[in-house]
Design a protein around this ligand. Structure first.
Ligand SMILES: *Cc1c(COP(=O)(O)O)cnc(C)c1O
Length: 469
């Protein structure tokens, strides 16, 4: 499989190189040159497979030529073997034909484990083969950091540095990062905000001289391997609900458009999906595009669903590329406009096409709390605020009660106790067994000033299993 850039100028790469690449050299994102397509018979024959075996069948075409089947199977069995639920991604029924796909049974209790557990293992496999080492520098406002550290902690050939804003992440989220020890794990608390952290990561990619020749790898959701891993659970859910003979709808809590883009790909790969619903919080650039053809940056609002607090949606460019007939020059032009003026619209027929593909809704904090309370009353289930946004959007946008509606349950409610408390749900939430002593564990973290040079000096001092590069 070859991968091409959404801006048309960077060289095509194979899977292995895309895994290590991050952004393309022309500023674009990598996408498969040709999407695999499965027949209905083929998809039907996968019913009842264990999660890792289904994952092998869905993802195999994407890694062909880079990873032999037997090795890929072994990697997938290990990856999904660490999940705490035997079904890996169980479906829980809310109402008659309404289901939550629980994607929070991984080590860090959010769906990001599905991709980052795999990414860590794939990196190690590829780096071992090449005899290379890499450094990861990532910024997190919460969920990505812990999932990336958990995914990479056993990697022989990776040193990982995660920057988070000092005193600005929740205690559960901080402890999920700082209680993981290893000579290749480095938590840095920056005396600044999340944007400062992200800016430092961007600047480090732009000038990598501080790494003395070691390669820098991206773990944010622009990494193709993350999207690829998320395609699998759409197949997994649909197969359990009568697919592919019957079509299924999905409502997806969305920030950077990664998870929902994976659903769009599943549909294009042959899975019958009826509705795909984009569910945002008050940071609603995607809903404003879907409902009014305005892709315009606005100020950032802090919400009860912080993992979806974004101003721009980094993966949206991948959809725009398809909407423009895969014309890289057109995308480069749009993105240039966006950079200069902070917004754009697309031609009428392209927007009409987007509206056929997706429904959308923006949900504010008050509605989020109402939904948590409503579902708790109806079912006794406590939803996390992100999942609640998905439920609200599903209920508002649903077109047919006969078609099963699956809401992606993106996080465990225990990660977001503030929202649950605000919703007035009195039930005490317990940390799952593997995290039950989280609040007693020792923490390890370095506080650094909001200064790029200081951070880069720290990385080059510790980037080789804790020793200087
Ligand atoms: C990251 C995250 C999201 C948003 O996912 P995108 O792929 O960025 O759209 C939603 N919910 C939770 C809990 C998350 O951690």
């Amino acid at each position: 499989m070859r991968y091409i850039s959404t801006r048309g100028q960077a060289p095509a790469l194979n899977f292995e190189d895309v895994l290590l690449a991050g952004l393309a050299t022309d500023g674009g994102l990598y996408v498969p040159e040709n999407l695999p397509r499965f027949t209905q018979e083929e998809i039907a024959s996968w019913a009842g497979l264990p999660y890792h075996e289904l994952a092998f069948r869905v993802m195999r075409p994407f890694v062909t030529g880079s990873i032999p089947d037997a090795d890929f199977k072994k990697i997938l069995e290990e990856t999904y073997g660490v999940f705490a639920h035997s079904a890996v991604a169980p479906l829980r029924q809310l109402n008659g034909n309404e289901w939550v796909l629980e994607l929070f049974h991984g080590p860090t209790l959010a769906f990001k484990d599905f991709a980052l557990q795999l990414l860590g293992r794939l990196l190690d496999y590829v780096l071992e083969k090449r005899g290379e080492r890499v450094v990861i520098v990532g910024a997190t406002s919460g969920d990505t950091g812990s999932a990336a550290i958990e995914g990479c902690k056993h990697c022989e050939n990776v040193d990982i540095f995660i920057l988070h804003p000092h005193n600005r992440v929740s205690e559960v989220q901080r402890r999920q990062m700082t209680t993981l020890f290893g000579e290749n794990i480095h938590n840095i608390a920056i005396e600044g905000n999340f944007d400062d952290c992200q800016e430092m990561v961007k600047n480090s990619f732009a000038d990598q001289s501080f790494l003395k020749g070691t390669r820098l790898v991206a773990v944010n959701s622009i990494n193709w391997a993350r999207i690829m891993a998320q395609i699998v659970y759409y197949f997994h859910a649909a197969l359990q609900l009568g697919g592919p003979a019957r079509s299924v709808s999905f409502s997806v809590p969305t920030g950077n458009f990664g998870d929902i883009f994976a659903g769009y790909l599943a549909r294009n790969m042959g899975l019958p999906i009826n509705q795909l619903i984009v569910a945002t919080n008050r940071n609603d650039i995607l809903h404003r595009f879907m409902s009014g053809n305005q892709y315009v940056k606005q100020t950032l609002h802090a919400t009860l669903s912080p993992s979806m607090d974004i101003m721009v949606s980094s993966n949206f460019e991948r959809l725009l590329f398809d909407l423009h007939g895969r014309n890289g020059a057109a995308i480069a032009g749009l993105m240039d406009n966006f950079k200069q003026g902070g917004g754009f619209s697309v031609e009428e027929e392209r927007w009409t096409e987007a509206r056929k593909l997706f429904d959308s809704l923006a949900v504010d904090d008050a509605q989020t709390c109402e939904t948590i309370a409503e579902v708790y009353e109806q079912t006794g289930e406590v939803l996390d605020p992100h999942t609640a946004i998905g439920v609200k959007a599903a209920r508002e946008c649903r077109r047919s009660l006969d078609i099963p509606m699956v809401i992606l349950g993106t996080a465990h409610p225990v990660k977001f106790p503030d929202a649950v408390e605000k919703a007035g749900v009195g039930k005490a939430l317990e940390l799952p067994a593997h995290l039950s002593d989280l609040f007693e564990r020792d923490e390890r973290c370095t506080v650094l000033p909001n200064d790029l040079k200081a951070v880069q000096a720290f990385v080059s001092q510790h980037g080789n299993r804790g020793k200087p590069l």
